[in-house]
Design a protein around this ligand. Structure first.
Ligand SMILES: [Zn+2]
Length: 1019
């Protein structure tokens, strides 16, 4: 027979688009519109409903950027529509080429109850299933004119990303306000034809099934009267019934679909708009759950539930009801879908604590899965944290975005730095916005790498980010693919049911060890330095606030600020969302984030000073602040970890002398540092070890600047070619020695200018420490540049350590394979560490995360390992002014450092000593006799019981045993999970007596201990 497949395919496309789809609404009448433009920020619903309206009509322009307009539509159902299904169609001027990322609306009834959202591909509101005819229709729409930031010519700088610069030009034009008859038969015919049309083109060209479908489609198209689609749709459907009824083959891939809308907690819109985005989408989804009995929806991010609980209680009521029915499923058990590279140990833990606790408190639901579809890579510390939170599974699809290497598994065990393994699934559909297109379903089945061992995968289904979630059309298509020959089988399923099934069927899944590095978006470790500094500082202030407040609560009956700490933690966790902390949001978001961090910093500082003031005892106004507090987990300059001591100012012993050939030499008897006339560190000699840090002829503390214009995703990406062009910043405006800038201390200050920018660096060698402190202040006014601070080290090592949550990860210094070569920019928390047996160097960082490491061989045969810290970038999208202005960085170079020294220096640079007026030493709540067992948190239990919680981890990467002595009366202790719930002591070796306990930990193991206090335990 002649092959006319392509003729039928093209015929189907045209007839479906031009004749059948428009016949879904065969009759319509106009609605009248009226509008009120809210003068500023969004107003409460009651205010919007009550405000006076002006007439508005189709074709009118509306909506300044970021504005809110309250639109009212009114009309009457024609009498002759009695018995028919009637819907309102409200097109705010949507661009249907984009499922979200533009204007949106939430529809209310006159009584203020929410109905559903309006989105580009979801513009209908059901008025009557069976109209009586003659009834009046009155609906109100809270319409948000959010501007399009990421348009067809993407990544162009725009001022629309902040309402302060966005202007007031209307962004949209009202497109349609109608009442219309909804023809369900035609709507079903559309779904039939879409499913079959999309399936047949995915089938092999020589398969009989493909031709069965081609012939059935041809017959159906013959049956449609193009001048009267509505009268002939039923007959056309009959032609398709038999091919739709053919069941899937027994070995068909099984897809667990779950309704979903990936809503970024802030990104191309501010946090306040997320509140409304979530409300609109959620209203859509509760509406869809009402009409589609088999549909199940999942929503992650406890913070987003909290948004609607606080701001849209009417929507939240519907959510609570649907959750209770088990069809609206809270997923992930985290406060937000956070970044996981940069959050510190405690913050990563608290994402789960606050997420899981919210779902438990609100719904009685505990998640077993972590849900992070869009996060830019996954740190090696995460598996242990997931497990310690009481969860066991992880979902993401983001690694499919890697530019170079294809990840070898879709379902596997992911092993973290401590050996914890987490059952992990990457949906082979490679999207978190599945729309039930045949091409997506076929791709998932074909792409699934674990075929033969496993047969199930997951598909998060629905439009996110203002697309309104799953549509009824997606549900209709899924229904047809439940058991359909040639297709994977699709069924709506909860994430937990999917994971249980996937885990049960897969014996001995493959294992991936170490971080899940995303070979993309590497610049998110550097962009928006202010946001990153705010995060780092907040994390450490929170550590201090918990530590000193708990200590003062136990010692001085200080009122532990449970509510304030809970609120501040949640705010910090919110800002770790995967487009805020990574620096990939619009200017508005980062402007607000920096303001919020400043407010939190002030509040935490006040709280810390209150607690410290009580602990330090009586102080008079004339008192010099001389009680020194040490919030690090290590004894520092005689001050015990977690305690305080009255300072005895030691004499400064650092000397400064002229360097032969120009420059200065700093020497404190431990370290001799030579700074040449260019202000560069040309020698850092470890006197004790007799060993040089900087290779001969090289210079450390070298600022280098690169052009940095990636091919796309400006704030997110740095492309490898940035390295091809580099300028060393060696020009000096001034070098000066500053004596006594602090009592007894000397520093060398270097001032430079480059481009439109200036930099000041202060190099300090304090007495008694083998540590060069480098403070760098940059007044940054560059465009599309990348600023690095370079440290060439005379170290030969195949790998180096970077701190991550509860430990460190090793990465190669070479580029043997494409996997290593792709890691040309990587994340560290507070330190990186380089080591040859017996001698190493640490670089500690007070706020930066990005770095790169390269190796070269010198003429003398030695290896130079160069570590470069990423300081600043200047991308122009989405924030055209990214990183402009003044930034301060603090780093330390520590020659002779073992891994334990690196850990200590990392804490030290982030938790500088504080001096407070007073007379009392403060005994720490806990004494731990081994530095390798490191306290990550000392706090009171969140439940308000007054119990003291201590979380420790093994920080050196080996086995460690430590005696832990609580310095307060306690009646017993328990091993707990992160939520401070007692767990069995399996895997934790504890020997205890009345004075304390001895704990033995495996490499990087974390343990949470909870101590019940005896009454009158104040020391
Ligand atoms: Zn996202």
């Amino acid at each position: 027979m002649h092959d006319n497949r392509s003729l039928v395919e093209h015929r189907l496309k045209r007839v479906l688009e031009e004749r059948i789809a428009p016949a879904v609404y065969p009759e319509s009448v106009p609605l009248t519109g009226s509008i009120w433009v809210a003068p500023g920020e969004p107003v409460p619903v009651a205010e919007g409903l009550a405000a006076p309206r002006e007439p508005v009509a189709v074709g009118d322009r509306w909506g300044a950027p970021w504005g809110t307009s309250w639109l009212t539509v009114a009309g009457t159902v024609p009498a002759e529509w009695a018995g028919k299904t009637v819907e309102a169609i409200i097109d705010l001027g949507f661009d249907k080429n984009m499922p979200g990322f533009q204007c949106e609306g939430l529809v209310y009834r006159p009584d203020g109850s929410p109905v559903k959202g309006l989105n580009p591909r979801n513009q209908w509101v059901r008025v009557a299933d069976r109209a009586e005819g003659g009834e009046d229709v009155l609906l109100h729409v809270e319409a948000a004119s959010n501007p399009v930031i990421l348009d067809y010519h993407p990544f162009l700088p725009t001022l629309l990303g902040d309402k302060e610069t966005a202007g007031d030009e209307p962004q949209y034009q009202l497109e349609k306000l109608e009442l219309a008859v909804f023809d369900e038969t035609v709507w079903n015919l559309v779904a039939d034809l879409e499913v079959l049309g999309e399936l047949m083109v995915e089938l092999p060209e020589d398969s009989a099934r493909r031709y069965d479908i081609v012939r059935a489609v041809e017959k159906a198209l013959d049956a449609v009267d193009l001048q009267n689609v509505n009268a002939t749709a039923a007959a056309a459907r009959e032609c398709l019934a038999s091919v739709l009824a053919k069941p899937a083959v027994p070995s068909a891939h099984q897809i667990s679909a779950i309704g979903h809308a990936h809503i970024d907690s802030a990104w191309l819109w501010p946090l306040r708009e997320t509140v409304r985005k979530v409300a609109r989408t959620t209203a859509n989804m509760t509406n869809l759950l009402d009409s589609e009995p088999e549909f199940i929806y999942t929503m992650s991010q406890a913070a987003q539930f909290d948004f609607i609980k606080t701001h849209r209680p009417e929507v939240y009521e519907k959510v609570k009801k649907a959750v209770a029915e088990g069809r609206f499923v809270p997923a992930g058990g985290m406060w937000v879908e956070s970044d996981t590279n940069m959050p510190g140990s405690e913050a990563m833990a608290r994402q789960f604590v606050h997420g899981k606790r919210f779902f438990l408190d609100e719904f009685g639901v505990e998640n077993d899965e972590a849900w992070l579809p869009d996060t830019f890579g996954f740190a090696g510390g995460l598996p242990q944290i997931i497990k310690a939170a009481g969860s066991k599974w992880l979902l993401t699809q983001k690694i499919s975005w890697s530019q170079v290497n294809k990840f070898p598994h879709h379902t596997f065990l992911w092993e973290g730095i401590d050996g914890t393994r987490i059952f992990t699934h990457f949906p082979p559909i490679d999207t978190y916005n599945c729309s039930m297109k045949g091409s997506e379903i076929a791709h998932a089945a074909r792409n699934f790498k674990d075929k033969g061992r496993a047969s199930v995968s997951l598909a998060p289904t629905g439009w996110g980010d203002g697309g309104g979630g799953t549509t009824r059309e997606m549900v209709a298509k899924a229904r047809r693919m439940k058991d359909l020959e040639g297709s994977a089988k699709v069924a709506w399923e909860k994430p937990a049911d999917f994971f249980a099934k996937a885990e049960a069927e897969y014996q001995n899944p493959p294992v991936w060890v170490g971080e899940l590095y995303l070979e993309l978006h590497r610049a998110t470790l550097t962009s928006q330095a202010g946001t990153k500094q705010g995060n780092r500082r907040s994390e450490h202030l929170l550590r201090e606030a918990e530590l000193w407040a708990a200590t003062a609560a136990v010692r001085n009956s200080f009122e532990y600020p449970y509510a304030a700490l809970d609120r501040i933690w949640k705010t910090v966790l919110l800002h770790q969302f995967h487009d805020i902390l990574p620096g990939s949001s619009i200017a508005w978001v980062h402007r607000e984030a920096e303001k919020t961090y400043a407010e939190l910093g002030a509040e935490l500082t006040t709280l810390i000073l209150e607690a410290q003031g009580l602990l330090a005892g009586e102080s008079t106004a004339e008192d010099a602040p001389r009680v020194v507090f040490n919030a690090t987990p290590h004894t520092r300059e005689g001050v015990p970890a977690g305690g305080a001591r009255v300072a005895d100012p030691g004499p400064g012993q650092t000397s400064v002398s002229e360097r032969a050939g120009g420059g200065h030499v700093l020497d404190n008897g431990l370290l001799r540092v030579e700074i040449d006339s260019r202000g560069l560190v040309v020698s850092a000699f470890d006197i004790e070890a007799g060993r040089e840090t900087v290779p001969a002829g090289a210079a450390a503390n070298l600022l280098q600047i690169h052009p940095d214009f990636p091919n796309m995703w400006d704030a997110w990406d740095v492309d490898e070619f940035y390295r091809n062009t580099v300028t060393d910043l060696t020009g000096v405006d001034k070098i000066e020695v500053e004596r006594d800038f602090a009592p007894g201390q000397i520093r060398v200050s270097v001032y430079r200018s480059f481009g439109a920018s200036k930099v000041a660096q202060h190099l300090t060698l304090r007495s008694g420490a083998k540590r060069l402190e480098i403070g760098t202040t940059v007044d940054w006014h560059e465009t599309e540049k990348f600023l690095k601070l370079s440290f060439p080290l005379d170290i030969h090592a195949d790998r180096y350590a970077s701190e991550t949550q509860f430990g460190h990860i090793f990465r190669p210094t070479h580029t043997n394979t494409s996997w290593e070569a792709a890691k040309f920019e990587a994340c560290n928390h507070r330190f990186v560490h380089f080591e040859e047996p017996g001698w190493g160097v640490a670089l500690a960082s007070g706020s930066t995360y990005g770095h790169d490491v390269t190796r070269t061989v010198r003429e003398d045969g030695g290896t130079t390992t160069t570590a470069r810290i990423s300081l600043l970038r200047a991308p122009r999208f989405p924030d055209p002014e990214t990183d402009q202005g003044v930034h301060h960085f603090q780093h330390t170079l520590v020659p002779g450092a073992g891994i334990g020294d690196a850990v200590r220096e990392g804490y030290s640079v982030n938790l500088p000593a504080e001096r407070v007026g007073g007379t009392s030493a403060v005994e720490p709540l806990f004494t731990i006799d081994n530095d390798a067992v490191t306290a990550s948190a000392v706090k009171l239990a969140d439940d308000g019981s007054g119990d003291v919680v201590l979380r420790v981890y093994e920080s050196h990467g080996g086995r460690a045993s430590a005696g832990i002595t609580p310095n307060f009366g306690f009646s017993g202790f328990e091993i707990c999970d992160l939520l401070e719930r007692p767990i069995t002591r399996e895997g934790v070796t504890v020997v205890s007596d009345n004075d304390g306990l001895r704990l033995s930990l495996r490499p990087f193991q974390l343990v949470t201990l909870r101590f019940a206090r005896t009454t009158g335990s104040e020391a």
